[in-house]
Design a protein around this ligand. Sequence first.
Ligand SMILES: Nc1ncnc2c1ncn2[C@@H]1O[C@H](COP(=O)(O)OP(=O)(O)O)[C@@H](O)[C@H]1O
Ligand SMILES: [Mg+2]
Length: 267
Amino acid sequence: MSKPVGTAAERLAIQLRGVGLRFGVKSVLHDLDLDVGLGQKVAVVGPSGVGKSTILRLLAGLLLPCKGRLSLHGQQQIYLREDQDKPMDVRMVFQSPALLASLSVAENVGFLLRRSRRLSPADIRTRVSRVLEEVGLKGVEDLMPGQLSGGMQKRVSFARAIVEDPTADTSHPPLLLFDEPTAGLDPVACTRIEDMIVKTTEFAEGTAVVVSHVMSTIRRTADHVVMLYGGCAQWYGSVEGFEVTDNPYVRQFRSASLQGPMQPELT
Ligand SMILES: Nc1ncnc2c1ncn2[C@@H]1O[C@H](COP(=O)(O)OP(=O)(O)O)[C@@H](O)[C@H]1O
Ligand SMILES: [Mg+2]
């Protein structure tokens, strides 16, 4: 395997070098290298339990690497430091919509905006309505999450992710993270969500990392793919390359075969 995996893009949005992460005695990532250029859209694939969500949580600053270096826009991320500058603008769409049941749709979407002293309630309302319209949900501001269908809740979670965080560092384009956005959806619902990923990433003019097992989602939302197994990147390349490479890990993933270097997690 050649390493480090990477990109020819001139400016990097994400750079991981030798990143390792363990939970207690369990080592999940050993030696992960990954470069993602500004404005690129990268799909992260690999079997369940391989550490895909863990990578998103590292990028979002919700977890700290145990070793190695993680830089966003050329700045090494050192979390939890009191003198840290504004946090990078990183927005995450979790696998489940994760809306707060006791808050209205508008309050859920505008949650971060309320941290800003600069924005009046009317400003917040305007911004929230704009992003809700962007995801095709006009006029649901005052409904409670429980009054919405699952698909609509998912779209609210997209709106929450694209609303601009006024406390974040906006000197760089945002990083958008999507965790298995189309898992378990029917094909038409998949297409709608895939369109939304493309649209929200373009709307935010951001760089996207999409964790997915779904081939249509990989094709329609990403330009590059990283194949993860055994705590590191086993393959990286264009989506077109992913469809044809004879890398044994990618081949096994594409053919959903039990034969190959990847064994299912026995837990
Ligand atoms: N907070 C945690 N504490 C202990 N183990 C965890 C924790 N989060 C994830 N893991 C373990 O780390 C491994 C990778 O998890 P995850 O990144 O969620 O996998 P994936 O998203 O690829 O399915 C799994 O074996 C999981 O059980
Ligand atoms: Mg996961």
